[in-house]
Design a protein around this ligand. Sequence first.
Ligand code: AMP
Length: 326
Amino acid sequence: MKQYLWLKLPKTPDFMSVLTLGTVAFDTIDTPFGSSGKVVGGAASYIALAVSHFAAKQHVVSVIGNDFPETFLDELTDRGAGLEGLTRVADGKSFHWAGSYHNDMVGRDTLATDLNVLVGWEPKVCSQGAEASFVMLGNLDPAVQLAVLDQMSSPKLVVLDTMNFWMDVALENLKKVVTRVDVLTVNDEEARQLTGEHFLPKAAKAIHAMGPSTVVIKKGEHGALMFQEGQTFFAPAYPLEHVVDPTGAGDTFAGGFVGYLSARHLAKGEVTWDDMKQAVTVGSVMASFTCEAFGTDGLKSLTVEDMKVRWREYKALTACGELVWP
Ligand code: AMP
């Protein structure tokens, strides 16, 4: 029988849980190789599925309309996600994003961002969720991210993901959130846009100066760079022979990263730089599964064995041993 990671998890006390914020939504995706139609997506959907592989308890804070399928919510609940923070708007439509990928399957054009139920939504964190040690602020209006942070008791680690859309329309609030988080994950172009620095190590320094002690800059199929206190770590992306849909790869990465850290913290009471390096590799490998199918399908069917097998192949990618000078 296939073994899913989330079936093996120990019971976690509430204060060790993960709080996940983001969109639970519909996406419509076009690529040069195919179209998804309308599928379940949203940053929090990907993050929550990724986190569920590591954290027995998770609190999802999001908002949906009357059009969202119960089956997906049941799947989240089965994986240990508490949905007390999920607002259901009886007469509203769920957030919808449509995008079209370029031939390189990295660049994409946003065709529609229908905010729908996001407009005017005030996030409510339940009392148990407020005690969570790890907070994953997924891509969303920075005003909402601030409102959630204000409701948290005393999180140990706050990770922020955002995108150019919010830099364009809500930069001031975004800068306020950035000052209050421990880790920022952005892609290379977003890091440049946020800081005005072209070279990524310099952009990372500029972001450190804004607040976050750890900066992760994602470079799509070219991997990710992590910066912390003068230390740098590079993690390649797993080289897939065929990419079906990269949507959600960044969210999966972030969810795998924070989920893994929460589990390490539960196991040994601290999170070190080495744990963070491992977390980046775990996030990278998990994200590769998301890219193999439209929507959340690649992530939903992921097993412990799939993860371990691919992680070993991934590790071998850069394991060249000590330098032998001729
Ligand atoms: P990623 O490919 O990791 O950047 O994430 C894509 C996901 O983010 C999709 O599932 C979308 O539903 C969601 N998304 C796209 N634009 C926005 C936005 N402006 N705010 C919040 N979520 C968004």
